[in-house]
Ligand binder design. Structure first.
Ligand code: 13P
Length: 256
């Protein structure tokens, strides 16, 4: 069975103090759960160092929300994978819908970042998902295929061991409108079949596919119990331990 991954994407939220307290509360509250499920928190760049220190000695992993694929140079405002490794990040969220739709990242941009992230030995959490209009026009699978093909171009079967896919329907992000467990399962099943045809049954079986989009304590168990849902990428509900810890616990429950 694939080990569940419960990941928190803090986006551009928290102060340093709030983030540090939140990380400590998550680490303390998940100390038993991390024997069964993986827990990852992705704070804003400036807080990676204090938050890595706050969870030191625990199994909680720390990741970044973006990166640049170049190692160094004249790229004002950007952060390289070398820098992220230096401050203890072990994962990077890539291709998040806000990066795609607010900052105009293309599949080709995302692919460069995925390739470099894997080359540097970090875990890439590749986000895919359709817009509301695309969903209403029956284009979900077409969009997912395009984003998977573009994002994973030239990624080898071996390198897939360090890739996690996150299905995040854009219409469900921050809207309180969650995909039904059946909708999520249908998209995840499609993604798994895509992985099988592009790579192999082994890669498809081993790759974790997370669901993201208004995951809350009251819907986490239903979503996580779908056969092809292997975890959650949580936005708003990852900003308090009161909400995030029960989602981690839901992962433990469905694992047993
Ligand atoms: O974008 C998300 C996680 O990356 C989901 O955000 P919400 O959980 O706030 O809908």
């Amino acid at each position: 069975m694939r080990r569940y991954l419960i990941a928190g994407n803090w986006k551009m939220n928290t102060t340093r103090e709030e983030g540090t307290e939140l990380a400590k509360a998550i680490a303390a509250g998940s100390s038993n759960a991390t024997a069964t499920v993986d827990v990852l928190i992705c704070p804003p760049f400036p807080y990676l160092i204090p938050i890595n220190e706050a969870v030191a000695g625990t199994k909680v992993q720390v990741g970044a929300q973006n990166c640049h694929f170049e190692a160094s140079g004249a790229f004002t405002g950007e952060t390289s994978l070398e820098m992220l490794t230096d401050v203890g990040a072990s994962s990077v969220i890539l291709g998040h819908s806000e990066r795609r739709h607010v900052f105009g990242e293309t599949d080709a941009d995302i692919n460069q970042k995925v390739l470099k992230t894997l080359e540097k030995g970090l875990q890439a959490v590749l986000c895919v998902g359709e817009l509301l209009e695309e969903e209403e026009n029956g284009l979900t699978k077409t969009v997912l295929d395009r984003q998977m093909e573009g994002g994973l171009k030239d990624v080898s079967a071996e390198a897939m061991a360090n890739v996690v896919i996150a299905y995040e329907p854009v219409w469900a992000i921050g809207t309180g409108k969650t995909a039904t467990p059946e909708q999520a399962e249908s998209a995840h099943d499609h993604l798994r079949k895509w992985l099988e045809s592009r790579y192999s049954a082994d890669v498809a079986n081993a790759t974790r596919i997370l669901y993201g989009g208004s995951v809350k304590p009251n819907n986490a168990e239903d979503l996580l119990s779908q056969p092809n849902v292997d975890g959650a990428l949580v936005g708003g509900a990852s900003l308090t331990s009161e909400n995030f810890l029960p989602i981690i616990e839901a992962g433990v429950k469905v694992s047993s």
